[in-house]
Design a protein around this ligand. Structure first.
Ligand code: HEC
Length: 173
């Protein structure tokens, strides 16, 4: 009794898998992907534009972080350079809340290290973003005050918020 429906379901699944396999390999499916990638998302940008913009901003944040990290290793850091780098982090990430709209994950067909779990655990992702924003603001305040021990502490705290997000939501980390 149970064998019949199971084998029917398996046959149906095999048929579906076959169709899916055909669809993903030929030209029409590729052009559907291209059309999907060109549709505006909730931030008014396409997936390709969204992903390119967030990667560009994050690259700049990574560079600023390297400047701060290198500076803190010196006995007499270049305070102006530290201050500029610390100030650039909140500036670069001011629009971060709009960087990960629905449709800007890997399913868009655009190359991205953002993992699909972002859109499955949105509340947690947003709270990681809020932790980062708060820490980066504290780091900027410490830098503008020129207080090296406070900068060092805030730098570590901010770095931990980068890592906390990356380890769950970014590929290759
Ligand atoms: C709320 C999550 C989150 C926080 C916080 C976060 N990141 Fe990321 N980061 C990501 C995701 C997701 C990607 C992958 C983006 C993509 O490929 O579309 C990424 C990518 C990057 C990249 C690679 C950009 C590229 O494509 O070249 C760098 C560098 C980076 N992050 C640095 C940082 C630093 C430094 C911090 C902290 C100061 C930080 N990030 C905080 C989620 C986050």
């Amino acid at each position: 009794m149970t064998i019949r429906p199971t084998s029917f379901a398996l046959a149906a699944f095999a048929g579906f898998a076959l169709l899916a396999a055909c669809g993903s390999g030929d030209a029409p499916a590729a052009s559907v992907d291209a059309e999907t990638a060109a549709l505006p998302l909730s931030n008014g940008m396409t997936a390709a534009e969204t992903i390119d913009a967030r990667q560009t901003h994050l690259k700049a944040v990574g560079k600023a972080f390297k400047t701060i990290s290198d500076g803190l290793k010196e006995s007499e850091p270049d305070m102006a350079a530290l201050q500029a780098a610390a100030a650039s982090v909140p500036a670069e990430t001011a629009t971060m809340a709009d960087w990960f709209p629905d449709g800007s994950g890997p399913a868009s067909g655009v190359k991205t290290d953002a993992l699909p779990v972002i859109w499955e655990a949105r509340a947690d992702f947003d709270s990681k973003m809020a932790d980062f924003t708060a820490a980066a603001a504290t780091l900027d305040t410490a830098a503008q005050a020129g207080d090296i021990p406070a900068i060092t502490e805030a730098f570590k705290a901010t770095g931990a918020t980068c890592k906390a997000c990356h380890q769950t939501y970014r590929a290759d980390d």
